[in-house]
Design a protein around this ligand. Sequence first.
Ligand code: COA
Length: 150
Amino acid sequence: MAPPKIHIKTISAETTHIVRHPVLRSGLPKESCVLPGDELPTTIHLGAYSQNVLIGVCTVINNPEGGPFTVPNGQIRGMAVLPPNQNSGVGSLLVEEAERLGKTLNFEVMWMNARKGVFVFYSSMGYKIDGALFDVPIFGPHYRMKKSIL
Ligand SMILES: CC(C)(COP(=O)(O)OP(=O)(O)OC[C@H]1O[C@@H](n2cnc3c(N)ncnc32)[C@H](O)[C@@H]1OP(=O)(O)O)[C@@H](O)C(=O)NCCC(=O)NCCS
């Protein structure tokens, strides 16, 4: 049987918590799911649905304040897929949709702070490490990764 089709659509910031909490903030209070910039009107939250069930999320922050790039850019944050649905292409679909939207917004660069263990995932999508490994308290070592989408 063919795998169920995945639909990606925009969702509210709060809806992302359904996936962010178990995947990215397990054991932490629900409030820890709120990320800086979530509430901005220019921020886009994406949800991946399989048979009307939310299984993956990611957020694109439009030109984040204090970000490292001076050209128009989008930061991907809160990238998460529920464990039973990981490694079946859902994360890649979310990044592809984030890039497609980024192009419509004339972003030149997409980037993220990637957990060290996940840099292979973003590398497989054309992202390059940009700078030295750095530590994020509680969550451990991260690389900034970037990709030109011009
Ligand atoms: C990282 C994550 C979002 C990727 O989503 P996914 O749907 O599992 O990824 P995909 O199935 O689209 O994988 C695409 C490629 O990346 C690889 N990949 C996925 N997750 C990986 C990981 N954690 N480490 C290394 N490679 C990984 C896959 O093997 C696949 O490679 P292939 O095309 O050669 O087979 C998802 O696994 C997840 O939610 N992980 C836990 C939360 C997390 O770490 N989020 C990122 C924070 S920066």
